[in-house]
Design a protein around this ligand. Structure first.
Ligand SMILES: C[S@@+](CC[C@H](N)C(=O)[O-])C[C@H]1O[C@@H](n2cnc3c(N)ncnc32)[C@H](O)[C@@H]1O
Length: 167
């Protein structure tokens, strides 16, 4: 697939999955985590979807558009491997939704990171919480959610945690 169509496929899938995730968590309390702030595009969309929720964004550094940058209380900078491990106190409550958008051009590195991220995110996710991700993730208490009909398989991933707490 050419790069333009691939990008359109990815962004279309991302939007549809986040919209579905918003419906899935409508009855669940808790903040939203954006794991991969990047330019802030999906953060900006999440703000629109969840005007009443706190949204915490994680990235190595700030590369987002000024008008799509969280305030200092809601941006957590550094490598995910450090920041996610100490995030619980900062975010204050179990998350209802975690959006993982960390993918790069290097699929092998992404796979290694996804393996680490799954359990780390699981610890921050509340019962019945939802994860939307740009890379496949495997966590035993997460069940894949059927994707919206407009989303190609493997274009994006949606999971729902079980009712129990993370181990
Ligand atoms: C695909 S971009 C995110 C795009 C963003 N959601 C948007 O809509 O603009 C991935 C981001 O993940 C960040 N990232 C990847 N691996 C990371 C790591 N180990 N620690 C911190 N940030 C990381 C990169 O710096 C990059 O900004």
């Amino acid at each position: 697939m050419n790069r333009l169509d691939f990008l359109i496929r990815r962004l279309t899938a991302q939007r549809a999955c986040l919209q579905l995730a918003a419906e899935l968590i409508s009855e669940i309390e808790g903040p939203v985590l954006e794991v991969g702030l990047g330019k802030g595009r999906t953060y900006d969309f999440l703000r629109e979807l969840f005007p009443a929720r706190e949204i915490f964004a994680f990235d190595r550094n700030v590369g987002s558009y000024p008008d799509a940058t969280p305030d200092l209380d809601h941006i957590i900078l550094g490598d995910f491997r450090e920041t996610l491990m100490s995030a619980q106190e900062r975010i204050g409550a179990s998350a209802a939704l975690v959006h993982c958008d960390f993918g790069s051009e290097n699929r092998e590195e992404d796979t290694v990171l996804a393996r680490w991220l799954g359990p780390a995110i699981d610890r921050l996710l509340g019962p019945n919480g939802v994860v939307a991700a740009d890379r496949e993730m495997t966590v035993s208490r997460w069940t894949p959610v059927s994707l919206p009909s407009t989303v190609d398989e493997d274009a994006y991933y949606l999971y729902r945690a079980g009712t129990g707490s993370a181990p």
